[in-house]
Design a protein around this ligand. Sequence first.
Ligand code: NAP
Length: 277
Amino acid sequence: MDNRRPLLAAVLGNPISHSRSPRMHNYWLKKNKINGYYLPIKVAPEDFERVIRSLIKKGFSGVNVTIPFKLSAMKIADECSDIAKYIGAANTLTFTEEKKIYADNTDAYGFINNIKSKYADWSPKKGSSLILGAGGASRAVIAALLSEGSNKIIVINRTIEKAEKLKIQFENKIKVESWNDLNEIAASSSNIINTTSLGMNDESFIPINPESIPKEALVSDLVYVPLETKFLKMARNRKSRTVDGLGMLIHQAIPGFKNWFGKTPVSTKELRAILMK
Ligand code: NAP
């Protein structure tokens, strides 16, 4: 019998009931026969730091943080990874043996590794990348593309001022264009990435003409409910290569699991099916 204490991790957010992280990590714990638990914890914003400190005392290995704690997590961390600093937000905290907090952001890693797991030869160095959206997910995708050597990134967002702020944050390494020029810009892009919430639950859609999606482009959607958004379906019908958001969700979770539970988990068809239930 294994008498060692179980390894513990959690996801903190508000709300939290929608999070698929507990299902994912508990699936991996079972598959890898690891004595551990991963719990969802709803936290009031004013209690965030207190809850983190108490989890450290209780011996937790680390936590994921989601909305609205991605910035607070950076503030209470003793050390932040370069990519978390670059993105300006953290989603993965690891508690060290010295009871220190190490903050990382694994969204950029998840975005890139998800694409490469499907298209190993993909690189954003060739051609230009069009990112729709200028929120938190957009920041991670910009950082990911820049770290992969992309030198032509265009961001368009409904609220252009937010995209302009990203241009400053990323030291003019991106270009900002008008939402009204979406079709024209898409037509000359090699990568088109939706980081807006448009398409979620099939309740809205991206106002793009199918003919504007180049057949040679790689089209990604970060929305994963539904798994194939209208945008991805449009791209598939154009015979473009497509990448869904569920893969990114799985890939961004891999570094945290490895840090806390000591094994590198894998993305499987079975896991994808469990997460889509
Ligand atoms: P966020 O910071 O709130 O940003 C939302 C973005 O969507 C903004 O650019 C916003 O534009 C745009 N938007 C919302 N409603 C719109 C509309 N009706 N028309 C045009 N644009 C609209 O959210 P986020 O954290 O970046 O997340 C964005 C999406 O990515 C969500 O669906 C989230 O679930 C998904 N996501 C997926 C993963 C994954 O692993 N697959 C990871 C992170 C995020 P304005 O600035 O004009 O409001």
